[in-house]
Each structure stands twice: as structure tokens, then as C-alpha cells.
Design a protein around this ligand. Structure first.
Ligand code: PAF
Length: 274
């Protein structure tokens, strides 16, 4: 695997590769990230990855400085997974002195993570646009665990006519249903045992909705279920799967989203409804 740390090294390496599939990450890689590498391979593209803990997508009270970092471990995992190139830019490569451009997506950023984490999606859209410009992949593979992020990136790509195909990849889960996330390592052993109740509450809600129960009552039940498990819901929502607008009746395509605070960790999950 080629490791590029400067833009010049990246440009030289890129010229030696055919069409690529990008896996953009902030490191602390887990099998969910490696599934994205596999998806790129399966689609006939050369997998390339980036690791950059992007400060602009963290709020002032968020976990930027304590976000898990494991460069050596990540390199070994990507190498093993068959990644051809790793882009490991420093701050200067991503945000050069005097940088003055932010990508601001409206539409799908208006609710949920967009209101819980003001400015978060500006940071995500800006850094992802930079990565697309630097790495020029044919396609980019994103995990569906961050469903809203995938829709925001799709909107940005469509609106800016960026020549990249966005490929969502289903969430990888532990055997007990917990969605894989780099932040799961911060759960205490007891919290880890309880954490799958987030996915379970969403799965129950899907069942109730499909059985004809009112969305408002279903969401109320789900919040109750989460609170009973000791979780503090930031939101539990039935939304249009692409626009992320809240739905008051079941309409296609629908997605259930939830974010909860649990101990010191914020857990996100989502499931398709119809
Ligand atoms: O999903 C992530 O890890 C990040 O938001 C991304 C897409 C790498 C941008 O920093």
C-alpha cells in the first residue's frame, strides 16, 4: 500500500492507479470500514482510503482531542484488506494558511444531527469535497450508519455536479445488533451490554409502523423504551429517507433515525421502514 502524506506524493501515487473507490475515514478503523474497502473491490475499483480527523466537523464541546487515533493499527488493517493507497494528510494539506471556503449544504442538514451539532455538516461537506478534489475517485463508499451524512454528501455531489458516484453500504453490526462505531470503545462493559437496546427499539418501532400503528405513538414508545434502558434520546424520528424531512404518516421511502446519549457516549443508529 502506498502511503501519501503530502499532496505531491498523493498526485504521484494517484497517477499510477486506475479508477478508484474512496473510503474516507477519521481512522480508528473497525470491520465496518473494512467492509467499505471490500465493497469497493467488489465493484471492480481500486480501493483507496483517507484518514484525517477533521477538526471542523467537531463542535467546541465535542471529542476532537480525545477522538481515538491508531495510525499504525489502521495502516496494518488497510494493508491487510487490500487497500492500494492511503492518504494521510496533515492539517496544512487540508486547511492551508488562508483557507476561506466552506461548503454549506441546506436541505438534508436542517434537522437531527444538523441541529444537535451546529456546523457539523459544514465541516463534513467541506472536507469530503476537498478529499474528492484531491483523490478524484470514480466512486466513494460510505457506511449507512451515518445515514444523514450519506444524504448530505449525495446532495452536495448532485448540486456541485461532482464527478463521483456515492455508494451507501449497509451498517455492519455486532452479533447482538449494536452498530459498529469507533466510539463504541468508550462504552463501559455494562453500557456495552445494554447498547444493543438502541437497535432493538428501532426494530420494534419498524414492526409497529408496519402493523399500522400511528407514527407519533410509535416514536413515543421508542423514546420510552430507550429511556427505560438508561439512554437519553436526542431524537427518535421517522423521516423521508432522502430529504430527511420528518414524516407524520408512513410514506415511501421512510427511515427511522435515532441518536441517544448513553454514559459518556453518543450512539446513532437507523433502520429502513419501507
Ligand atoms: O464518517 C466519517 O468518518 C467522517 O465524517 C468523514 C466522512 C471521513 C469526513 O471527515
Amino acid at each position: 500500500m502506498i502511503i501519501a502524506r503530502t499532496y505531491q506524493e498523493l498526485a504521484t501515487a494517484r497517477a499510477t492507479l486506475g479508477p478508484t473507490g474512496l473510503i474516507a475515514t477519521m481512522g480508528a478503523l473497525h470491520p465496518g470500514h473494512l467492509a467499505l474497502v471490500e465493497a469497493a473491490k467488489q465493484s471492480g475499483l481500486t480501493p483507496v482510503a483517507s484518514i484525517f480527523v477533521n477538526p471542523t466537523q467537531f463542535g467546541p464541546k465535542e471529542d476532537f482531542s480525545r477522538y481515538p487515533r491508531d495510525e499504525a493499527g489502521d495502516i496494518a488493517k488497510l494493508e491487510q484488506a487490500g487497500c492500494a493507497l492511503l492518504w494521510l494528510p496533515g492539517m496544512e494539506e487540508m486547511y492551508p494558511n488562508g483557507h476561506a471556503t466552506t461548503v454549506h449544504v441546506t436541505g438534508p442538514t436542517q434537522h437531527w444531527e444538523g441541529t444537535q451539532r451546529p456546523g457539523h455538516f459544514n465541516g463534513v461537506a467541506t472536507v469530503v469535497a476537498k478529499l474528492f478534489g484531491q483523490m478524484r475517485p470514480e466512486a466513494a463508499f460510505f457506511g449507512e450508519k451515518d445515514w444523514q451524512q450519506v444524504q448530505v454528501v449525495r446532495r452536495m455531489v448532485a448540486d456541485l455536479h461532482l464527478p463521483v458516484r456515492i455508494v451507501p453500504v449497509p451498517t455492519m453490526r455486532e452479533a447482538d445488533g449494536l452498530a459498529l462505531s469507533s466510539r463504541n470503545r468508550y462504552l463501559t462493559p455494562d453500557e456495552r451490554k445494554t447498547a444493543p437496546k438502541l437497535q432493538a427499539a428501532l426494530a420494534h418501532a419498524v414492526q409497529y409502523l408496519l402493523a399500522g400503528k400511528e407514527p407519533a405513538a410509535t416514536l413515543h414508545n421508542a423514546r420510552h423504551e430507550l429511556a427505560a434502558a438508561g439512554m437519553v434520546p436526542d431524537y427518535v424520528a421517522l423521516v423521508h429517507a432522502e430529504t430527511l424531512e420528518p414524516l407524520t404518516t408512513l410514506a415511501q421511502p421512510a427511515r427511522l433515525l435515532a441518536a441517544v446519549r448513553f454514559g459518556h457516549v453518543r450512539l446513532l443508529d437507523n433502520l429502513p421502514v419501507i
